[in-house]
Design a protein around this ligand. Structure first.
Ligand SMILES: [Zn+2]
Length: 285
């Protein structure tokens, strides 16, 4: 089997995690690419079974919107400040595309400022409600209006859910204005996953989550270069990220990781932050 990030034939099975779908839980094997260090869930995220996970997961449930709005608003505000700072077209004239826009909380901010914003969202209930609220939102990338380009394209916790992240990044590069920016927020869990696999410990769901790919920094850099992007700025410290303590010990371990990893990173000069925000530009040929 080939790594969908670096294309090396070096995937090594390391664990198995249950994933909730509309039909119940399914066991999904986890592998690690020995070449680029990315972890991968060996199941097809374009199959209807796996896609149904996103219909039943709590963070896409309309009833939970207020909870997620309150727990994420400061984090979104941090990302929005980054977009304002690095957007190279005048911000009030920028055209934005939010891929995996979920409840549309980032879109709401832009709409309030009368900035043109478009969303992509695969979950029907979320997308339909955004349409009812007057947002321009589509299900698939290919549904976007033809010949439309964007000045800012964001993937906040969504790139790692694509079956083939290179394909979506290549398509994104084509519709990004030559002076535009790409903003990625991805998890940075490979350091902790490496420790668990080194000691032959199973990988808990709370650490791997529901992603298809848990990118290493090396892996995401390879993807971006292949798709025609160059990294402009990386943020290791994420402000406003709220992780609940929870009742289950796996969630409590995750909470602890979010608390101590920034401290360990500053003491040992390692990049152990739980997430990365990456600002990219199109590569000039
Ligand atoms: Zn790889």
């Amino acid at each position: 089997m080939y790594c969908q990030v670096c294309n090396a034939n070096s995937l090594k099975p390391v664990s198995e995690i249950q994933l909730k779908t509309a039909k119940g839980f399914v066991a999904t094997p986890i592998s690690k690419c020995i070449d680029c260090g990315t972890y991968n869930r060996n199941c097809d995220y374009e199959s209807s079974d796996i896609k149904s996970h996103f219909d039943v997961v709590s963070y896409n449930n309309i009833d939970n919107e207020t909870h997620y709005y309150n727990s994420r608003k400061h984090f979104y505000s941090f990302i929005l400040k980054i977009i304002e700072k690095y957007s190279r077209t005048p911000f009030n004239r920028s055209r934005l595309l939010d891929i995996g826009c979920s409840y549309g909380h980032m879109m709401e901010y832009f709409k309030q400022k009368n900035i043109s914003v478009t969303g992509l969202e695969i979950v029907d209930s979320l997308r339909n409600r955004l349409s009812e609220r007057g947002y321009s939102v589509f299900k698939y990338f290919d549904d976007l209006p033809k010949k439309k380009s964007f000045d800012v394209i964001s993937f906040v916790d969504s790139l790692y859910c694509f079956e083939n992240p290179l394909n979506i990044l290549v398509s994104t590069e084509k519709i990004l204005h030559h002076d535009g920016i790409l903003i990625l927020r991805i998890t940075n869990r490979t350091p902790i996953l490496n420790i668990l696999t080194f000691f032959n410990k199973p990988i808990p769901y709370a650490f791997f989550g529901d992603c298809k790919h848990s990118f290493s920094y090396k892996g995401v850099k390879i993807l971006l270069e292949k798709a025609g992007f160059e990294i402009h700025k990386i943020f290791y410290q994420e402000k406003g990220k709220h992780v609940p303590f929870g009742r289950h010990y796996q969630q409590q371990l995750k909470w602890l990781y979010y608390k101590i990893s920034p401290i360990l990173s500053s003491i040992f000069s390692v990049k152990w932050s739980p997430g990365l925000i990456i600002v990219c530009k199109k590569r000039k040929y």
